[in-house]
Design a protein around this ligand. Structure first.
Ligand SMILES: NC(=O)c1ccc[n+]([C@@H]2O[C@H](COP(=O)([O-])OP(=O)(O)OC[C@H]3O[C@@H](n4cnc5c(N)ncnc54)[C@H](O)[C@@H]3O)[C@@H](O)[C@H]2O)c1
Length: 340
């Protein structure tokens, strides 16, 4: 039995990752440590409470005393706890610096001291590379592209990314890093563009589109990301960085039209709003290294099918996002785990 400590497992990618691993690897067990910020939702993991291979621990990754003993129980860590929303980082970057930089440092130090701990995987983002020009679509982010983060969110993720790199270099720790493009799929917090737009349209509201809508993102289904994380965890070379992407570039306008079409709505439902300050123009990932070296390829991200399935999921799970939007999802923790 191999025990993986997952940080941030009650969030969007974390919950999908835990479900993915428990299903794909019967010999693995998971400890999920999450402080349940506004985006942490144990309903995302409903049904796993009685699974003997899964355990939830409510704790903050900044809590040094709590992280030490957890590290002693695990063979590897997949660190994805983070403040994750760019817009929030523009309003207040304090929790981003605390969790994404200082929290990562706490975990790296705890992992370094833990005797049993093997591999440390840092879930980074393509946003560490900054922005690409719209004009030349042949230019992609490779693992050698200089880091040039533009938002406080991206800068804080870059801080964690570089700390992980430094701990490998200085202390010889077994550390690998993934830098992934934008994810979509079930259980994404409805402040992010796809669930925000779908849930707005279900409620008959307009969708707020930033600027001219021409900003481009490379969209990957969350299960393809989970599979890539597992591949890097199991087969990646220590000290290496792996880009993860879907080769699925879409402008926000294209994305919006796709959602409007699937929802049977017209262009009049778009409300053009003031652009996000410092809005990166284009992200596009060259994921040839992980394909070449680890044999990973996206198999679940193809449009329009993958987008249609995601829209269907939000339509079919209205109770889930209505509870999130109203704040009612927070009561689930006490119901399941008592008031501890
Ligand atoms: N969503 C994407 O498209 C995307 C793409 C590439 C990389 N990433 C990275 O993947 C990771 C997960 O992203 P997500 O979209 O699932 O985010 P999310 O906001 O849905 O989930 C983050 C989780 O971390 C937890 N958390 C936050 N601060 C914590 C702390 N101090 N201690 C313990 N737990 C804490 C939250 O409670 C939540 O459950 C992040 O590191 C993010 O940077 C996300």
């Amino acid at each position: 039995m191999r025990t993986i400590l997952v940080t941030g497992g009650a969030g969007f990618i974390g919950a999908n990752f835990i479900r993915f691993v428990l299903n794909a690897r019967p010999a693995y067990q998971i400890i999920n440590v999450d402080s349940l910020t506004y985006s942490g939702n144990l309903e995302n993991l409903a049904g796993l409470e009685r699974d003997e291979r899964y355990r939830f621990v409510k704790a903050d990754i900044l809590d040094v005393a709590a992280m030490g003993p957890l590290m002693e129980e695990a063979d590897a860590i997949v660190h994805m706890a983070a403040e994750s929303h760019v817009d929030r980082s523009i309003l207040d970057s304090t929790p981003f610096v605390q969790t994404n930089i200082a929290g990562t440092q706490v975990l790296l130090d705890a992992a370094r001291k833990a005797e049993r701990m093997g591999r440390f995987l840092y879930v980074s983002t393509d946003e560490v590379y900054g922005s690409l020009p719209l004009e030349d679509t042949s230019v992609l982010f490779t693992e050698e592209t200089p880091l040039a983060p533009n938002s406080p969110y991206a800068a804080s993720k870059t801080g964690g990314d570089l700390l992980a790199r430094a701990y490998h270099h200085t202390f010889g720790m077994d550390i690998v890093t993934t830098r992934c493009s934008n994810n979509f799929g079930p259980y994404q917090f409805p402040e992010k563009v796809i669930p925000l737009f779908v849930t707005n349209l279900v409620e008959g509201k307009k969708v707020p589109l930033y600027g001219d809508g021409l900003n481009v993102r490379d969209w990957l289904h969350v299960d393809d990301h989970c599979e890539a994380i597992l591949a890097v965890l199991e087969k990646g070379i220590s000290g290496e960085v792996y880009n993860v992407g879907g080769n699925n570039e879409r402008s926000n306008l294209e994305l919006t039209h796709s959602i409007l079409g699937l929802m049977g709505c017209g262009e009049e439902m778009i409300e053009y709003v003031c652009d996000r300050p410092g809005h990166d123009r284009r992200y596009a990932i060259d994921a040839s290294k992980i394909k070449r070296e680890l044999g990973w390829e996206p198999t679940r991200s193809a449009w329009p099918e993958a987008m249609a399935a995601t829209v269907e999921w939000y339509k079919a799970n209205a109770e889930w996002w209505q509870r999130v939007r109203s704040g009612a999802y927070r009561a689930y923790y006490e119901q399941q785990y008592g008031a501890r």
